[in-house]
Design a protein around this ligand. Structure first.
Ligand SMILES: Cc1cc2nc3c(=O)[nH]c(=O)nc-3n(C[C@H](O)[C@H](O)[C@H](O)COP(=O)(O)OP(=O)(O)OC[C@H]3O[C@@H](n4cnc5c(N)ncnc54)[C@H](O)[C@@H]3O)c2cc1C
Length: 311
């Protein structure tokens, strides 16, 4: 039986209401505007429904992928064989005292805006990062000397891939330290945990001071980054002791193009989709840039973006 038939038999009402769709182009769900179709694409509107979908995927051995805003993903041109779950409908954000509770699919922008109007400081660095809370915790997203780990107090996650159990998913509370945060990684990326929500502990500061800081960082970001073209942000992690953009620039690769993918003219650390780029164009450009930097400087570049799905 195909994955689609299996899921249709188990969740007919989710298909009828559009919460489950078939053959969904992942171009529509990634900031790169690249990616072939996902066999099954789901937008659960409650944690309960997400847990049911995951349980079914695990017990039926259907490969699955949980995504947020798709702003750090390169999905292959042939797409994803299995089930993609988008968290974007799980987007509740609630303030209590100096803390803010945020579900996995809430955007960092909405979280930072609530912190700002509430006069709560600690997340200003994140206001321009175009991801979800779940994606940001997974990646330990950071900018301008701030990282998610600095503001996060605790999270709730689900474990997965324990199909021997009758209930193959378990809730796992994590303290800040339990996340094992490191540069652009966390226990979520290492142990395949599913993020459900986090609580951020912030400091009272006048809202206008927070707004001024956020405006300053937003202006810096838009002066340096190619925000007018589809991309997935910095394509490579920062190698210790170097700036990736500078290394690429010194290899004379500014603007270098393969198919529809190009090294940004504005920021050499970004690959941009200048029109009709395929995942293969981006992969070829990554390989070319990595080899050029290795040959010239002996530095190994490691992709920061997540490469997923079939080529
Ligand atoms: C223009 C631009 C600028 C950027 N600037 C920055 C920056 O300054 N700093 C920075 O750190 N990043 C930056 N990024 C990259 C990206 O926005 C961040 O990595 C962000 O945290 C990714 O969040 P997301 O929701 O888009 O995750 P996605 O791209 O959807 O997913 C990324 C990874 O997280 C996993 N994931 C997502 N949600 C969950 C969940 N609920 N549970 C388990 N796993 C999950 C996915 O499986 C995937 O492996 C930028 C991107 C763009 C396009």
């Amino acid at each position: 039986m195909s994955y689609k038939t299996m899921i249709l038999n188990r969740f007919p009402e989710l298909y009828e209401t559009g919460i489950i769709r078939f053959d969904e182009s992942m171009r529509l769900h990634t900031s790169f505007r690249i990616g072939g179709p996902a066999d099954i694409f789901c937008t659960p509107h409650s944690v309960y429904v997400m847990a049911e979908l995951l349980k079914f995927a695990v017990s039926s051995q259907i490969p699955y992928l949980v995504i947020g805003k798709g702003s750090n993903l390169l999905i292959g041109d042939k797409g994803f064989r299995g089930m993609v779950i988008s968290t974007l409908m799980l987007n509740k954000i609630v303030r209590f005292g100096t803390s803010i509770y945020a579900e996995c699919g809430a955007t960092l922008k909405d979280l930072c805006d609530l912190a700002q109007v509430s006069g709560l400081s600690g997340l200003e660095f994140a206001s321009g990062i175009p991801g979800s809370v779940g994606g940001a915790v997974f990646m330990n997203a950071g900018a301008y000397n701030g990282e998610i780990k600095d503001a996060l107090s605790k999270s709730m996650c689900l474990t997965r891939e324990n199909s021997a159990s009758a209930f193959p998913l378990q809730f796992v509370p994590l303290s800040n330290l339990d996340h094992l945060f490191a540069y652009r990684s966390s226990i979520l990326s290492r142990d395949h945990l599913i993020h459900l929500y986090s609580v951020f502990e912030l400091k009272p500061v006048p809202p206008e001071d927070i707004k001024a800081k956020m405006d300053e960082l937003d202006a810096m970001r838009s002066s340096k980054q190619p925000l007018d073209l589809p991309s997935a942000g910095s394509i490579f992690k920062r190698p210790p002791g170097h700036f990736t953009g500078q290394l690429i620039d010194e290899c004379n690769l500014r603007g270098h193009r393969i198919g529809g993918a190009a090294i940004s003219d504005k920021h050499c650390g970004f690959i941009v989709n200048v029109g009709g780029a395929t995942a293969q164009d981006v992969l070829d450009l990554i390989a070319f840039v990595s080899a050029s930097v290795r040959d010239r400087f002996g530095v190994e570049l490691e992709p920061e973006i997540r490469l997923i799905g079939e080529k």
